[in-house]
Design a binder for this molecule. Structure first.
Ligand code: ZN
Length: 209
């Protein structure tokens, strides 16, 4: 939703409702963990009121554990927190997400090795692989991200964990099939969905999976 027009929020939420997109993906940025501020609780609430599909919130913020229950109260279904933002309390944060009734995701930045999250996989429902540097929309897909998805998939299999892989950043028609072949099953599309004819773009992305 970072690529939506917030001046026409009702229209853009309805568009996603009517499209082939499966979920709403909300990028929450605090200006500290990432160099930008996007939006927070009021906009999440406004989207929740209109959304008829699951809401997937991606917290690019420091100390995300402080906000977990509030996102649950707003109706978020999937909540991911960054490994890099949690440091020593990732175990507790994942448990809190699940205990709040949501699916728990671990997000990792492009430069973070997947090996760091091995010990947390059995406490998570998904891994969000960033294929751009978080903080800005409209960035170019980082080379090597398909291979990273494949390594995350191998890690999940090695650890016998029950996690799916979400890929976020620069996803489009040109790489979605390769990402799926590598093991991703949830594809976040911002710019690729909302530039031009969004309904046609989303249909084409769904077709390309
Ligand atoms: Zn995201």
């Amino acid at each position: 939703m970072l690529s939506a027009d917030f001046g026409n929020l009702d229209r853009d939420v309805e568009l996603v409702n009517a499209s082939k997109a499966g979920w709403f993906h909300l990028d929450i940025m605090d200006g500290v963990f990432v160099p930008n501020i996007s939006y927070g609780m009021p906009l999440t609430k406004a989207i929740a009121r209109l959304a008829r599909k699951p809401m997937d919130a991606h917290l690019m913020i420091v100390e995300p554990h402080k906000y977990v229950t509030r996102f649950a109260e707003l109706g978020v279904d999937y909540l991911s927190v960054h490994y890099e933002a949690c440091k020593s309390n990732l175990h507790e944060t994942l448990a809190l997400i699940r205990n709040s009734g949501m699916k728990a995701g671990i997000a990792i930045n492009p430069e973070t090795s997947e090996e760091f999250i091995a010990q947390y996989l059995d406490e998570a429902d998904y891994v969000l692989v960033m294929s751009v540097h978080p903080g800005f929309s409209g960035q170019k897909f980082i080379d090597g991200s398909v291979e990273k998805v494949a390594r995350v998939k191998a890690l999940i299999d090695r650890e016998k964990a029950n996690c799916f892989i979400e890929i976020d950043g620069g996803v489009g028609i040109g790489n979605i099939a390769a990402l799926e072949a590598a093991g991703a099953s949830v594809f976040v599309a911002g710019s690729a969905a909302f530039s031009g004819d969004a309904m046609a773009n989303i249909a084409a992305l769904a077709e390309a999976e």
